[in-house]
Ligand binder design. Structure first.
Ligand SMILES: *Cc1c(COP(=O)(O)O)cnc(C)c1O
Length: 459
């Protein structure tokens, strides 16, 4: 008879492995039982914030069950191995063609590729601008040692781009009452060494769209007046997957001839799981040959444009699933619900008393996000950092942060409404915000929290 009695091997928390703290820095000498180690690692993840309650992130935190299955089916697919996985490569090419259509590229071969996110896409779009500027300057016999890039208040990826590639970053400072790039300000920073202007469709700090068309018109006028032809790259990390569905009349994309390239995050409002972005060029000629590596092992010649090599294919496959599954109709429904919820939140937060809404999530003017500040000239006895700290008690992560130059002394708080941040959840959040306000009023801190004391929200 086989022995079916329990043994030491069946124990999890009662085992010798888990009856003490696990190694944190020395490389473990011995192997361990998978079930026990799995349990310990999974348990540790409990200490992370709950992603669904993370209202700081722009990224997807809820996916349909079919996405989970597709990700599992793709766990072993390396998208760079285009000869081994030609169908994944074909699916990526289809997504590129669909994006050229969505963003109104002119007829002709769709030019673009997937990336790990908008950051890599920004590096590639930025590099193409630099190369095109260099080629033009060289042809004119002019020096290429002082390139600059003009942006509004941008996400950190553009600081990385300019620093990694030795480009002068001319970031238009915010001003009291002006938290965006305007055409007048953009022109002030442009000269013959400007490789491009980057407006953001959905500024990180407030959620607002920068005025791409007005900036484009201003640059058209500059070209008429001075002959300077300065291209636009749109950082559409969020807006690239919002405006086409929810603000279709907004001209921000390849309908504007000056827009030569666009990046967007598939894992934000593209609704794909974490790890995919897109960069698209208007036409083939906007992507310098020197950035393309040709791989010929597919029968045809395949372009490879990327900073990475190996990368999972699942996110791309899921992006394609989303395009087919939702279509324009579905994306409008999903994002439309988010905009409605943002409006609900903006009204509720405005009615609480101490706050002034900075951006209310209007679909024609920005992304489904709400940002607010404490009313100018008032001191309610608490800071936005106190409020964020108190909301954390219920698991809500609602970031408070100070603005970039020249508004560093102004704190702002922001909620990102994305798929799965439902109106019902937000109604519960509103109740918790009211309770938090009552709490901070009843128990004022001797020393209200500042940004330096805040626990720090990462996104
Ligand atoms: C999120 C974001 C980025 C960076 O995108 P990742 O996909 O996280 O790399 C760049 N620009 C803007 C405006 C963003 O919102």
């Amino acid at each position: 008879m086989t022995d079916i009695s329990a043994s030491e091997d069946d124990e999890v928390y009662g085992s010798s492995t888990l009856s003490r703290a696990l190694p944190k820095s020395r490389f473990p000498a011995a192997e361990s039982n998978p079930r026990r180690v799995f349990t310990a690692v999974k348990d540790e993840l409990m200490l992370d914030g709950n992603a669904r309650q993370n209202l700081a992130t722009f990224c997807q935190t809820w996916e349909e069950p079919e996405i989970h299955e597709l990700m599992d089916a793709c766990i072993d697919k390396n998208m760079i191995d285009k000869d081994e996985y030609p169908q994944t490569a074909e699916i990526e090419a289809r997504c590129v063609r669909m994006l050229a259509d969505l963003w109104n590229a002119p007829e002709g071969p769709a030019t673009g590729c997937s990336t790990t996110g908008s950051s890599e896409a920004a590096m590639l779009g930025g590099l193409a601008m630099k190369r095109r500027w260099e080629a033009r300057r060289k042809a004119e016999g002019k020096p290429i040692d002082k390139p600059n890039l003009v942006t509004g208040p941008v996400q950190v990826c553009w600081h990385k781009f300019t620093r990694y590639w030795d480009i002068e970053h001319r970031e238009i400072p915010m001003d009291d009452g002006r938290l965006l790039m305007t055409p007048e300000e953009a022109l002030k920073y442009c000269d013959e060494n400007t490789i491009g202007v980057v407006p953001t469709l959905g500024v990180t700090f407030t959620g607002e769209f920068e005025p791409v068309k007005a900036v484009s018109d201003a640059l058209d006028q500059l070209e008429k007046d001075t002959g300077l032809d300065i291209p636009i790259h749109v950082d559409g990390a969020s807006g690239g997957f919002l405006a086409p569905f929810c603000a279709p009349d907004l001209e921000w994309d390849f309908r504007l001839p000056r827009v030569r390239s666009i990046n967007a995050s598939g894992h934000k409002f593209g609704l794909a799981p974490l790890g995919v972005g897109w960069v698209m060029w208007r036409e083939e000629k906007d992507l310098p040959e020197s950035m393309i590596f040709w791989v010929n092992y597919l029968g045809g010649n395949m372009k490879d444009i990327a900073l990475n090599f190996s990368r999972p294919g699942g996110q791309i496959v899921c992006q394609y699933y989303n395009f087919l599954r939702l279509g324009r109709e579905g994306y409008e429904k999903v994002h439309g619900a988010c905009y409605d919820t943002a409006t609900f939140l903006a009204n509720e937060i405005a009615a609480m008393g101490p706050f002034e809404i900075v951006f209310d999530g209007d679909r024609a003017r920005g992304i489904p996000a709400v940002s607010w500040k404490i009313k100018d000239g008032t001191d309610p006895g608490f800071t936005l950092f106190d409020l964020a700290d108190r909301l954390r008690v219920r698991g809500w992560q609602v970031p408070a942060y100070t603005l970039p130059a020249n508004c560093q002394d102004r704190a702002i708080q922001r909620i990102l409404v994305r798929n799965g941040v439902s109106q019902d959840l937000c109604a519960l959040l509103v109740e918790d915000m009211k309770a938090a306000l009552d709490h901070v009023a009843a128990h004022p801190r001797k020393e209200p929290l500042s940004e330096a004391d805040a626990s720090g929200f990462h996104h």
